[in-house]
Design a protein around this ligand. Structure first.
Ligand SMILES: Cc1cc2nc3c(=O)[nH]c(=O)nc-3n(C[C@H](O)[C@H](O)[C@H](O)COP(=O)(O)O)c2cc1C
Length: 197
């Protein structure tokens, strides 16, 4: 079993990363393998709407000169996926949106490859726009037929400068509970044979 956390922030060691790691720590405590994939800060293209993925059906986006295909492969392999993003002008980052558009088309073209995996969004925000960004990520998971575990609050951490989310006790606890719930559900699915133990 594996949980992949995708960091959509260009600040590799910023608030989104801290929040994602807090979730992953709980998951690891339950003996489940984890990985963080650094997406933000890389040059990525948006979907060209060329329809090539629907024709080739090779689990890849035709755009091959960026890291999106690597991320798609990792998403297909994972049993659970966290997508983390800071809020930029009341929404997710450009890199996060490019991933969701391109991965979204590729996995649907190849038979809904993310179906019944677990998915959770994680948001770092200074003040406003968190719910909009959180909803954007959840819309992606829902149309992929994924299962979204909840937490004690929506998965949001408050902070501006790097490390500020460490002072948001409620935000950190939300991440901890999310990790516990994700691990609990993954283990139930493993027992029932839905995911590899
Ligand atoms: C271009 C840009 C736009 C931002 N827009 C918002 C915003 O709309 N609302 C908000 O509360 N914070 C906004 N912020 C602040 C970030 O969401 C906040 O600093 C967050 O903690 C950054 O997370 P990170 O350290 O993972 O990058 C913005 C930051 C940048 C760089």
């Amino acid at each position: 079993m594996k949980v992949l956390a995708i960091n959509g922030s260009p600040r590799k060691d910023g608030n989104t990363n801290i929040l994602l790691k807090t979730v992953l720590d709980e998951i690891e405590k339950n003996g489940i393998e984890t990985e963080i994939f650094q997406l933000g800060g890389n040059r990525v293209s948006g979907c060209k709407a060329c329809g090539a993925c629907v024709k080739t059906m090779n689990r890849k986006c035709i755009i091959s000169d960026d890291i999106i295909n690597t991320c798609i492969e990792k998403m297909i392999e994972a049993d659970g996926i966290l997508i983390g993003s800071p809020i930029y002008f009341a929404d997710i980052t450009t890199e996060t949106k490019a991933l969701m558009d391109r991965a979204g088309y590729v996995v649907r073209a190849n038979g809904h490859l993310l179906r019944r995996k677990l998915g959770a969004g994680v948001i770092a925000v200074r003040r406003a726009g968190a719910m909009h960004g959180f909803d954007s990520i959840n819309h992606f998971f829902l149309i992929q037929q994924m299962i979204i575990p909840g937490s004690s609050y929506w998965n949001i951490g408050i902070g501006r400068e790097k490390g500020d989310v460490n002072t948001d006790a409620e935000g950190l606890n939300t991440m901890k509970v999310l990790g516990e719930n994700m691990a609990w559900l993954l283990k139930k699915l493993a027992v029932s044979g839905e995911v590899c133990p």
